[in-house]
Design a protein around this ligand. Structure first.
Ligand code: NAP
Length: 431
């Protein structure tokens, strides 16, 4: 149990007039930083002021860049803070030196725009507190659903943004892999294809283990529920345990397996989880395929709201970042984006009652044990069941169960395992 603290009143910040153009110090000149530089140097007509890049922090100052020599490079981050630019854009990734440099900029009241979900998920309390204490704008629209500008919109529109829960697909890499597996490709084939196309890192652990999704979920909970939740306190499940046949049977049962995040809150408690879930085909997220991302805000006064689009990619991310730069300069009022630190520290992992998608494996399945009876004796009622089949030398059967508490399901599956020797793999149903 925990309480939600009211947002603090911010001290007014004094920002420079952008009459002579907006000067931007760029921390990072990789995929995102280069795209920001490219867009800033040749901005769309809609841009209100010209932009000027004062320099970029990189590890390797000699490596050729897509922007050629149009952007001066340095490996000394501090040098970009003096003289102070109008805004810093942090596109380094990781925790350090991003944290130190962002805090230094905030200390000097230089507005910060960041796309760094790890920084905000791990050091969010410290960074937001510093921004709130100094009244320094801190924008992070590109940290979640990078190409879909929705966080700022809802930070400014408080009536439409009063809703008690959301769910979403926030990791394009795993959504691509599961979409490919639904077309009968194996997990390793789909992952290799994602890596070939640049959708997955050479080390895909953060994506496939659910770490990236949990970090984005922590940011969304802070933003919408005004609660500070540690990303590593959120139950996150990866996708590596799924088989292509799971996706096939999910489709036969009238749904899809998607890598989802979900959270609900009531002003006292937050429940949250990140991981693969069975999504019925009537659900809006069932149609979000490939690298697309989406977020469904539920229970808003006007009804549910769905936002969908590219979750990553240098150009969509850069466009979002430059809009953040303009808003930071204009000092557009926001709620969560500039601070107002709530004080919740933990989230319950899941809603207590949900439906389930289950895969059983074990030689005993061939003998047709009374699975419905064995599970029913523990209060778990089956909705659908497939015929058993042999897959990679293992006999398997797929089931869906009506909503029940997780503890009840675990007890029932333990009893089933003891009676038949079957192993179970389960994912929640998203309602
Ligand atoms: N890629 C996307 O589509 C996307 C979308 C949304 C959000 N983001 C976020 O944006 C951030 C940047 O992503 P990215 O894809 O652009 O990464 P990236 O291509 O790896 O670029 C990172 C940049 O930061 C520099 N850098 C990293 N550590 C440094 C250090 N210790 N000292 C000096 N320079 C350092 C690198 O320098 P060198 O070039 O010399 O190595 C590089 O220019 C991450 O937080 C990511 O999560 C990315």
């Amino acid at each position: 149990m925990f309480t939600v603290a009211p947002a603090r009143t911010l001290a007014p910040a004094t920002h420079r007039s952008p009459r002579n153009g907006v000067s931007i110090a760029l921390f990072g000149l990789g995929h995102v930083g280069s795209a920001v530089a490219g867009l800033a140097l040749e901005p769309p007509r809609a841009a209100r002021w010209p932009f000027r890049i004062t320099g970029a922090l990189v590890r390797d100052v000699h490596r050729p860049r897509p922007t050629g020599n149009a952007v001066a490079r340095t490996s000394a981050g501090d040098s970009l803070l003096d003289p102070a630019p109008d805004v810093i854009v942090e596109a380094l990734g990781g925790l350090e030196p991003a944290r130190t440099l962002v805090l230094k900029a905030i200390e000097r009241r230089i507005p910060v725009v960041t796309a760094n979900k790890s920084l905000l998920a791990v050091h969010g309390d410290e960074v937001f507190a510093a921004a709130a204490a100094t009244g320094t704008p801190l924008r992070y629209e590109a940290a979640v659903l990078a190409g879909v500008p929705f966080l700022g919109t809802f930070a400014r529109r408080r009536i439409a943004a009063s809703f008690p829960s959301f769910c979403g697909v926030v990791n394009g890499t795993t959504n691509f892999i599961l979409t490919e597996m639904a077309a009968s490709r194996s997990y390793s084939e789909a992952l290799a294809d994602a890596q070939r196309r640049g959708f997955a890192e050479p080390d895909p652990s953060n994506d496939v283990l659910g770490i990236d999704a949990a970090q984005k979920l922590a940011i969304l909970i802070r933003h919408f529920a005004q609660c500070s939740v540690r990303a590593d306190a959120i139950e996150a499940t990866g996708i590596a345990g799924l088989w292509a046949r799971d996706l096939h049977h999910a489709a036969a049962f009238g749904g899809a397996i998607k890598p989802v995040v979900a959270a609900a809150w009531d002003g006292v408690e937050v429940t949250a989880f990140a991981g693969p879930a069975f999504v019925p085909s009537s659900h809006a997220l069932a149609r979000i395929d490939g690298v697309q991302n989406a977020i469904l805000l539920r229970g808003a006064p006007g009804g549910d709201l769905l936002f969908a689009g590219p979750g990553a990619g240098p150009l969509p991310t850069a466009a979002t970042i430059l809009d953040d730069v303009v808003e930071a300069i204009e000092d557009v009022e926001t709620r969560t984006m500039d601070g107002g630190i709530p004080d919740v520290r933990a989230a319950r992992p899941e809603a207590p009652v949900t439906g389930w998608f289950i895969r059983l494996t074990g030689a005993a399945l061939a003998a047709g044990p009374d699975i419905s009876g064995l599970l029913g004796a523990h209060g778990v009622r089956l909705r659908r069941a497939s015929e058993e089949e042999v897959h990679d030398g293992r006999t398997a059967q797929w089931l869906t169960a009506y909503p029940c508490e997780r503890r009840r399901l675990e007890t029932a599956l333990c009893a089933l395992g003891a009676a038949t020797g079957c192993d179970a793999f389960c994912v929640r149903e998203l309602t």
